[in-house]
Each structure stands twice: as C-alpha cells, then as structure tokens.
Write a protein that binds this ligand. Structure first.
Ligand SMILES: C[S@@+](CC[C@H](N)C(=O)[O-])C[C@H]1O[C@@H](n2cnc3c(N)ncnc32)[C@H](O)[C@@H]1O
Length: 276
C-alpha cells in the first residue's frame, strides 16, 4: 500500500515494502541512515570514542564500556543524593531521545531531572562530540549518548518494556521517495517503540511540518498500539528547553504541533509484536 500525505507534494509517500526492505538491509549497513557501521566502507576512518565518555558506538564498544552501559541501562547507576523516584517499580525512569541534534532539550531535561536516566541517539558524530563534552562538564551521571542509528541499536540493548518516554522531536520529513527509508516514523518503528515502552509509557513527538504531524497521528492510529494523542500529556515537557528547531520556530512565530501517545497497557504485549 502506498500512502500519500495531504501536503501538496506528490513525493511525500510511504511505501511499506521499501521500508521493510531497508530494515532487512540493516546488517549490510545500507538502507538506513546509520545501519551497521562495521559494513560501511568509511567506518575505519571515524574518530574513536574515548573510553571514559558516556558515548558509545555499538560496533566498537569495549567489553568494559558495554558493562558500564548495561549497568546504567538496567538502572544500577546509583544516585549520589536523594531518593530514587518511586512508582510502578521504576526507580530511575529511562527516557530515550532519537535525533537529539544539538542536544538542548536532552541536556536541559537531564540536568533538571537527576532522578531520571537519559539515552540519546544522534547519527551526526560532531553533534555527539559536542553534547558529550557539555554533559561531562556538568558532572551529571544520568546521560549516555550514541551515534548509532537508533533503529539499528535500540533492539540490541535489551530494553523491552523498560523505557518510560521516547522523544522524537522535529524529525526530518524526508519528502522525496528515494529518501523515505530515512524517515523515522514507520509502522516497524512504532512496533519498536511499543516494545521498548513500559505499559502506559509515552511517545512524545513534535513537528513544525503540519503534513508530517498529521501523518504521525494517522500512522499511530493505524498501528493501534497507542491511545490517541493527548497534547496535555506533553505539557509536562513545557518547562524543558526547546530544541534548536523549536527555538527557531518560536523566533519566527512558525507553528508547531505537539503529540503525546500513551502505549496501551495490554496483557501479553501488542498484537503486532506477537508476529515478530
Ligand atoms: C531535523 S533534525 C532535528 C534535531 C533536533 N531534534 C531539533 O529539533 O533541533 C533531526 C535529527 O535527527 C537525526 N536522526 C535522524 N534519524 C535518526 C536515527 N534513526 N537515529 C539517530 N538520529 C537520527 C538527524 O541526524 C538530525 O540531526
């Protein structure tokens, strides 16, 4: 089925077969933004990531660093002061941001929420380098980042049912048909989000492209694993710094759309996942 969006651009379509094909080519390092870096011809020239930084690339992470990452992801990273947040057995809720760009939102939110853990993905390595420097400068211990394609790395991190919030803020719409495999929002991506979120976990998305916001709402509705968007739920993030894109929109009075979808808490997982 080819889906077309009401944005006056014929090319803004979604071809699920093309998306599926791209997913099947993850391990060739093709089809997606990142894919498996080991299979990419220029990978060998990428600057290595210092061992001590809370910044990883799954293909060249050392055993020690992977152990530290896993300890962090399993919540074993103890807070220095204060009590852990309670409720539903989640001690230090984990939030994931996909495509954090310059990191304003994630850096601000993680600094003001030391009781929460944050895992950020951004395929642009220069942006990761600058964000990790800022995070290290503040001395906070609740943030790890990766320059892997989130869609490739997240399924390898053993996080099913562990993530409280997934933020995808101002993703590129990728208008053209030949670029559409780079678009984050697809049904297989929503399967992944559903799998990662705790029951009642939140998918928080923003866009300043009206057609893309409509498309996200339609796609999530079609997926069936989430409640309809309740922007009031996203109001809890209003106190956090805007992303760079949002700051730009605000500065020129450009409208943007905020969405917050709650994962359905169903016994036995979502039906789409059962197929996997
Ligand atoms: C339009 S920018 C928005 C950046 C930031 N969220 C903002 O609002 O300013 C989208 C970002 O997502 C990153 N990105 C896109 N797909 C990604 C993926 N699958 N995994 C990790 N990062 C991704 C891109 O590199 C880009 O920096």
């Amino acid at each position: 089925m080819q889906r077309h969006l009401r944005v006056g651009r014929d090319e803004f379509g979604v071809d699920p077969e093309q998306t599926q094909e791209a997913i099947e080519r993850y391990d060739e390092g093709r089809g997606l933004i990142g894919g498996d870096p080991n299979k990419r011809p220029d990978y060998i020239r990428w600057r290595p990531i210092p061992e001590e930084q809370p910044y990883f690339r799954l293909i060249d992470i050392s055993a020690e660093k992977r152990a530290r990452l896993e300890q962090f992801l399993q919540g074993g990273n103890k807070r220095k002061e204060g009590k852990p947040e309670g409720g539903d057995g989640v001690e230090r809720p984990l939030e994931v941001e996909i495509g954090f760009g310059n990191g304003e939102f994630m850096l601000g939110r993680s600094a003001t929420h030391p009781e929460r853990r944050f895992l950020g993905f951004e395929v642009k390595r220069d942006l990761c380098r600058s964000v990790v420097k800022v995070a290290q400068g503040t001395g906070q211990d609740n943030l790890w980042i990766s320059d892997d394609d989130a869609r490739w790395a997240l399924p390898q991190l053993d996080l099913a049912g562990q993530v409280a919030v997934i933020h995808v803020l101002y993703p590129d719409p990728w208008w053209k048909r030949r670029h559409q495999v780079k678009r984050v929002f697809t049904l297989p991506f929503l399967d992944l989000v559903c799998e990662l979120l705790i029951p009642d976990g939140l998918l928080h998305a923003r866009s300043d492209v009206e057609g893309y916001a409509e498309y996200i709402e339609e796609l999530v509705g079609e997926h069936g694993g989430f409640s309809a968007s309740d922007p009031a739920l996203a109001a809890q993030f209003d106190a956090d710094p805007p992303t760079r894109r949002e700051a730009y929109c605000r500065s020129i009075d450009r409208p943007f759309w905020t969405m917050a979808f709650t994962r359905h808490a169903r016994e036995g997982g979502h039906p789409r996942l059962a197929k996997a």
